[in-house]
Design a binder for this molecule. Structure first.
Ligand SMILES: C[S@@+](CC[C@H](N)C(=O)[O-])C[C@H]1O[C@@H](n2cnc3c(N)ncnc32)[C@H](O)[C@@H]1O
Length: 280
């Protein structure tokens, strides 16, 4: 517990927050624990751990730890729109939809190149379906990008990328969709962990170390000054598929948008995010 000078008023809420920050700083400094966590993630990967879970009946291909962090973001940001590339069985879009349902506001837009009929019908029949929209098509198809940009217009957006994990694809998604993210909100790039795991884990995939979401994030951050990596999230999780993938929007690339903030009307999407009809 935080020590408290005698005779001064206590603020238990602030003290708790200070304690948590201190614990997270301790985790950031604990190289042994970080190495043990990386080893755990590396050893669990061949077991397809992320396939073990369901959300409200639907398979969700995620680490539970990451979903707790996403819950914290959704609750703090209260987005109007959560955009996710990569639907698969629908577990994650329905998870975000259920969080928005609890918050009483917002919808999810999922994009997938292949929404299988059995998945589509299960998602459409789900109790959270009223908060879900889906687009079938490649997330980097200019027509899909135009549709997404139009739906995001004027809304507070939280983005997560979880489709094709090659460098080229994720970079194209970042260029197309990250500008839609509201200042103070996040772009969460899943599976940056690919860069830190052995190539032998992905024998039948086009991605691997050197060609991964993390290399795409690195390049994108050199191109777009409006984001920074929130290292505290990965530090507190330790177990995450998104190391260096929790990107907080801290500003706009255009100076006219510098006053935008989550929590105010000004955070909402600005001319920078208007439909362009093509990738920036
Ligand atoms: C890892 S799964 C998504 C998992 C899902 N987000 C969840 O948590 O349950 C990846 C998905 O990306 C989709 N995908 C692959 N290439 C794509 C592309 N070019 N555009 C959109 N989706 C794509 C696949 O069809 C697959 O359903």
């Amino acid at each position: 517990m935080t020590s408290h000078p005698p005779g001064q008023p206590t603020d238990p809420v602030a003290e708790f927050a200070v304690d948590v920050d201190r614990h997270i700083a301790g985790l950031r400094a604990d190289a042994d624990l970080q190495a043990a966590s990386r080893l755990w993630v590396r050893n669990i990967a061949p077991h397809k751990y992320s396939y073990n879970f369901r959300w409200m009946g639907r398979p969700i291909i995620q680490f539970p730890q990451d979903m707790v962090a996403m819950q914290e973001l959704v609750w703090a940001i209260r987005p109007d729109l959560v955009i996710e590339t990569g639907i698969a069985h629908g577990g994650s879009i329905l998870y975000y939809a259920s969080l928005l349902e609890l918050a009483g506001h917002g919808e999810v837009l999922g994009i997938d190149v292949d929404i299988r009929a059995h998945n589509r019908s299960a998602i459409e029949a789900h109790p959270m379906a009223h908060r879900v929209r889906m687009i079938q098509g490649s997330s980097i198809d200019p027509e899909v990008i135009t549709q997404v940009q139009a739906l995001a217009q004027g809304r507070k957006v939280l983005l997560t990328l979880d489709s094709n994990h090659t460098h080229e694809h994720v970079l194209a998604e970042l260029r197309a969709y990250a500008p839609l993210v509201s200042v103070g909100s996040y772009c969460v790039v899943m599976d940056t962990i690919v860069e830190d795991l052995p190539a032998s884990l992905y024998p039948d995939r086009p991605w691997g170390p050197g060609n991964s979401p993390k290399t795409a994030v690195r390049q994108f951050l050199t191109e777009h000054g409006g984001f920074e990596i929130d290292h505290d999230i990965e530090a507190k999780l330790l177990i995450t598929v998104a190391p260096s993938g929790w990107l907080r929007r801290v500003g706009c690339s255009s100076p006219q948008h510098n006053s935008s903030q989550v929590g105010t009307e000004a955070h909402r999407n600005t001319p920078e995010t208007k439909p362009q009809g093509q990738m920036p």
